[in-house]
Design a protein around this ligand. Structure first.
Ligand SMILES: C[S@@+](CC[C@H](N)C(=O)[O-])C[C@H]1O[C@@H](n2cnc3c(N)ncnc32)[C@H](O)[C@@H]1O
Length: 269
């Protein structure tokens, strides 16, 4: 995947969005993340390091190698890790499809929100699997935009989300990939696969999630493709703005927003 094929782009706002997303979701996605001391972990597609800080904090005795295809994102990730004072992470510029490591040189592998952007997630898993020692695990976390529902219900908002799904598919991604993690890992030959849905439920009592998830993660992500949606005539501007207003409306005290992520773990035999 080249950098311009990443539907959300690499802007400052997207950087902040990825960080908001990670902060909002740390407990939901990572309450059970952690690797034993002495193990070597490969994080593929670390981006700006939003998950890397949690990996480093939750596995203080493990050595983490985080790679990404974007040098700019890697630099931001490195700054973040240094500022947080972690010394158990090294960064490397690398492509998942051409990894510069010896086969079976990692105990475990972790990737989050990466497969959804790749036209060939099966080939990515094949390449990544080669890096894991027998008995080691892969952990994959992905969202699924088909899992988004909200109150008050709104057909314009649903259309805006559909635009994002369509635009991501157009460049070879799959924003509905969360539901496919079991078959994907199974097809890639992983064993003992377990998938757990991680629902983010946000109502008026969850003020922090209203800001960090409903507004700054999900709605910001949908808003981010307005230009592309308009350019392709997928919706008219008025209908789009109504849809985005409806998503923000679900973040009001009497609104509700729900979204489900999927976390899959498989073992390489
Ligand atoms: C949505 S971001 C997720 C970043 C991070 N994992 C997180 O959860 O915040 C996807 C990242 O995958 C990276 N990526 C996409 N294709 C890649 C490839 N072939 N090799 C390495 N990194 C890749 C992108 O550059 C981007 O930083």
């Amino acid at each position: 995947m080249t950098q311009n094929l990443y539907v959300h782009g690499y802007s400052e706002r997207e950087k902040e969005r990825l960080e908001d997303q990670a902060n909002a979701l740390t407990e939901i996605l990572h309450h059970d993340t952690g690797y034993p001391p002495g193990t070597r972990i490969l994080e593929a597609g670390c981006g700006v390091g939003a998950q890397t800080v949690t990996l480093a904090a939750k596995s203080p005795g493990a050595q983490i190698v985080s790679v990404d295809i974007s040098k700019e994102s890697l630099a931001a990730a490195q700054t973040k890790i240094i500022q947080a004072g972690f010394t158990n992470v090294e960064f490397q510029h690398a492509n998942i499809f051409d990894l510069p490591f010896e086969p079976e040189s990692f105990d475990h592998l972790f990737l989050c929100f990466v497969l959804e952007h790749l036209p060939n997630p099966d080939e990515a898993l094949e390449s990544l699997k080669m890096m894991i020692k027998p008995g080691g695990t892969i952990t994959v976390i992905e969202g699924d935009h088909g899992s988004a529902y909200f109150h008050p219900q709104d057909s314009y908002a649903a259309q805006c989300i559909q635009c994002l799904v369509y635009l991501q598919a157009q460049i070879g991604g799959d924003s509905l990939i969360g539901r496919c993690l079991y078959p994907l890992l199974n097809e890639a030959g992983f064993h003992d696969i377990s998938v757990s849905p991680r629902m983010v439920y946000v109502d008026g009592s969850k003020k922090e999630l209203i800001e960090s998830f409903t507004k700054n993660t999900f709605t910001a992500m949908v808003e981010g493709v307005k230009k592309q949606a308009m350019e392709q005539g997928l919706m008219d501007s008025r209908a789009w703005d109504k849809g985005i207003r409806a998503l923000y409306r679900s973040a009001e005290p009497d609104g509700v927003f729900c979204y489900t992520f999927f976390k899959a773990i498989g073992v390489k035999k």
